[in-house]
Design a protein around this ligand. Structure first.
Ligand code: PA5
Length: 328
């Protein structure tokens, strides 16, 4: 049985796989909508950040059907589902087919690939793996390569390869130690992750879901600058909660606006008494390297927290139980 640590160590290889594979031809599109949930839907978040940084528009939809604007705007819709059987994602792809919008897909198999074959939808078949969230490099890379093939974004391979190299360096370097120290500070507490809208906030969202699923623990995230307009006040009335039950992690990206850096500093000053577990800064040049450099530290923290709590990071029995009950 592959451990979650071994799966995390596969991230560079997954990013290289994506950089080197040949995506199918796609219909030309100006903008795209990525439909997917959970450990697969995060590939849409990655694509949205990448596209935005390169001046293009990719939107993410994490629910049934299509958002109200999509039928008129006619974006390229890409369905992403590791299992290929997620009901919200299938519902969105079926609505896309019904509306006659351009569509692509990526999955390891399941109904999504059956639909793709039946309707001649261009798709990328992902090698099977134990958990969607442990296939983030492949899923994100496949979505990016499909978007590139459609002309929604420019070339992605160079950035994917740089991300692989930066993540590899971190895994073989000080990220493990950094993650252990953060996990020590966060253990037994509710993790709260802050990062600025864009790369750091996307990574913060991934930290949250990895701590939920790998560490089996509650975690939350918020984005600068919005959190300065509400959440900051929320640390006031119950100082004991912030001091004893919570650990806050600040993520920053080298490209954050300097006004964001100032906000983060002042926020820490004004949150006095709230336990700050630490901070992590992105590494690398390209958007993907910077994003995955933050993601990989969070992945390692989530596993270290699982080990401290004595839980197995790999299975997500509750999600499987919910899906089973919904299907009854
Ligand atoms: O981590 C998980 O298992 C979930 O978040 C799944 O990714 C989510 O339920 C969607 O399933 P799939 O990735 O197979 O589409």
């Amino acid at each position: 049985m592959t451990t979650m640590r071994e799966l995390i160590a596969e991230l560079p290889e997954q990013l290289r796989w994506a950089a080197e594979m040949a995506p199918p031809d796609m219909p030309f599109a100006d903008e795209a909508l990525i439909v997917g949930m959970g450990g697969s839907g995060v590939a849409g978040d990655v694509a949205a950040v990448f596209a935005e940084a390169h001046g293009r528009r990719v939107t993410v939809h994490k629910s049934y059907g299509l958002p109200g604007w999509a039928v008129a705007a006619r974006p390229l819709v890409i369905g992403v589902s590791h299992s290929g059987n997620t009901e919200e994602t299938l519902s969105a792809v079926e609505a896309t087919i019904t509306e006659g919008l351009p569509v692509g897909a990526t999955a390891t198999g399941g109904t999504l690939i059956d639909l793709a074959e039946e309707y001649g939808i261009p798709h990328v078949l992902i090698p099977a793996g134990p958990q969607p969230r442990a296939a983030m490099g492949r899923l994100s890379g496949a979505v990016l390569r499909l978007l590139e093939s459609a002309g929604v974004v420019g070339a992605t391979a160079t950035e994917l390869l740089e991300a692989a190299q930066v993540v590899e360096g971190l895994l073989g370097g000080d990220a493990q130690q950094q993650a252990e120290e953060l996990a020590e500070a966060l253990s037994g507490r509710i993790t709260v992750v802050y990062g600025a809208t864009g790369i750091a906030a996307t990574a913060a969202g991934r930290w949250k879901t990895q701590i939920n699923e790998n560490s089996k623990a509650p975690a939350y995230w918020s984005a600068f600058p919005e959190l300065n307009h509400n959440e900051l006040v929320g640390w006031t009335a119950h100082p004991g909660l912030g001091a004893e039950s919570v650990g806050v992690v600040f993520l920053s990206d080298a490209d954050d606006d300097e006004r964001i850096g100032r906000r983060a500093l002042l926020t820490r000053e004004l949150m006095k008494g709230v336990a700050v577990a630490g901070e992590v800064t992105s590494q690398g040049e390209g958007v993907l390297a910077r994003l995955f450099s933050l993601v990989v530290v969070g992945d390692l923290v989530s596993v270290a927290l699982a080990e401290k709590a004595g839980v197995d990071p790999v299975p997500v029995v509750v999600i499987e139980e919910l899906k089973k009950r919904l299907a009854e």
